[in-house]
Design a protein around this ligand. Structure first.
Ligand SMILES: NC(=O)c1ccc[n+]([C@@H]2O[C@H](COP(=O)([O-])OP(=O)(O)OC[C@H]3O[C@@H](n4cnc5c(N)ncnc54)[C@H](O)[C@@H]3O)[C@@H](O)[C@H]2O)c1
Length: 396
């Protein structure tokens, strides 16, 4: 089969997400399966061009995986003759500048969330990419997880009747870094370095609620920094300046109430690290990352409140599993394949930078809501108008 090689400049591949999910489990996995069939007999072959700050780490990584191209210069990477796409999984604070450079260089761009630190910046990136005519995408990996795909199947099949409410529980204990190493990078706990639960997780909750349940119309958030002092990767104590927990209430279109607790200071008493319970007039479901259990109204028990007696029914046993009915690939890889096809063939792709900006919008409003102690509306987003100079340039 004829092979079409496309160079992907990958920035942030020495980090947790960039390495494991994007390089190894997505791009290298696509190569291991022989490339990405484009449907016309041609196969797309992604060629990573690694870029980052540490020559030593990049060389080690390239050698480990038999990759040819790496550099510590973003300009050099973007100028590589194979480079067509720029991908960003850097720390959030470094993202905007790199995306702007890549768009200005005419590259298609794909990025981790949050797409920027502020809504204005996120919208400006979406506008710049649109004006430059480049394909653009933001990672929305949770949509491609088996548990949420099964939940979406139930929603699309009309299982719930009228959806009433959603309650989400996300979180686990992130060690403080003193007597056991922290399992997340320390910048996550410093607001000045782009950390914080709201900025990290509200972008996810935005696309999950919008896409699986109904569009988000308002937000009320209460945030906390439960653990005020942590110890970093080098063993140095530091003040945790960012929120490590967020308790959010979201109103969705159709009068649905969603309530999501997100915390890095909670111990897990759940089947999965995130779970969403959806209650509807006809039935309920609880979706995690992999599984989704449901209970139809016909199988709903009738508990009666009586604290004098032990629980009368085994409530946890009264749910059924939604069957797989097919195979599920890694969610990050599935979205990469959709984006690569979009770039190569112009196929439809709706998880673009404007969709990414909606996540930043919810995070920004969530933080403001917490500061001001009030509920805030979430207005519809549109791209800002083009600058006058651009408009003049395009009519010449
Ligand atoms: N989609 C998801 O589920 C998901 C999960 C976790 C993180 N993320 C996002 O991915 C991005 C990376 O998160 P991570 O957990 O992999 O972080 P990480 O700290 O493990 O990796 C950060 C990467 O950025 C690079 N970098 C560039 N400039 C830097 C600087 N000034 N300081 C420190 N590092 C710098 C590092 O070298 C490293 O390659 C973040 O934007 C985060 O929001 C997404």
């Amino acid at each position: 089969m004829p092979r079409r090689v496309t160079g992907i400049v990958m920035n942030g591949v020495t980090g947790r997400m960039g390495y494991r999910q994007h390089l190894v489990r997505s791009i290298l996995a696509i190569r291991e399966q022989g490339g990405l069939p484009l449907g016309d007999g041609e196969v797309l072959w992604p060629e990573p061009i690694l870029v980052g700050r540490s020559a030593y780490k990049l060389k080690e990584l390239a050698d480990r995986h038999g990759l040819e191209h790496w550099t510590t210069s973003l300009d050099e990477a973007l100028a590589h003759p194979l480079a067509e796409i720029y991908f960003d999984a850097q720390v959030t604070t470094a993202r905007e500048a790199a995306l702007r450079t890549a768009i200005a260089a005419g590259k298609h761009v794909y990025t981790e969330k949050p797409t920027a630190e502020s809504l204005d910046s996120a919208l400006e990136l979406a506008r710049l990419a649109t004006a430059a005519g480049v394909c653009n995408g933001a990672v929305q990996d949770k949509l491609f997880l088996p548990g949420l795909l099964k939940l979406k199947r139930l929603v699309d099949g009309g299982f719930f009747g009228r959806i009433l409410s959603v309650r989400g529980e996300f979180g686990y204990w992130v060690f403080e870094g003193d007597w056991q190493d922290a399992q997340r990078p320390s910048w996550n706990y410093r607001a000045e370095d782009g950390g914080g639960m709201v900025l990290d997780m509200f972008p996810h909750w935005r696309y999950v609620l919008d896409s699986v349940i109904a569009p988000v119309r308002s937000v009320y958030a209460h945030t906390a920094t439960h653990i005020p002092r942590r110890v970093d990767e080098r063993g140095r104590p530091y003040p945790a300046t960012a929120d490590d927990a967020a308790y959010g209430i979201f109103e969705l279109a159709g009068g649905i109430t969603a309530q999501i607790n997100s915390s890095w200071a909670v111990r897990v008493d759940r089947d999965e690290l995130v779970e969403f319970q959806v209650d509807g007039t006809e039935g309920s479901a609880v979706a995690g990352l992999r599984n989704c259990r449901f209970q139809h109204r016909a199988a709903t028990p009738k508990p009666v409140w009586n604290p004098d007696l032990p629980a009368t029914e085994p409530f946890r046993d009264q749910w059924q599993q939604v069957p797989d009915n097919g195979g599920f690939d890694n969610g990050f890889k599935v979205q990469w394949e959709l984006f690569l096809r979009h770039v190569a063939t112009g196929s439809e792709y709706r998880w673009d930078l404007l969709e990414g900006a909606k996540g930043v919008q919810l995070a920004e409003l969530g933080l403001r809501s917490a500061r001001e102690g009030r509920r805030l509306d979430v207005p519809d987003l549109t791209l800002p108008p083009r600058a006058a100079s651009e408009a003049t340039a395009s009519t010449r």
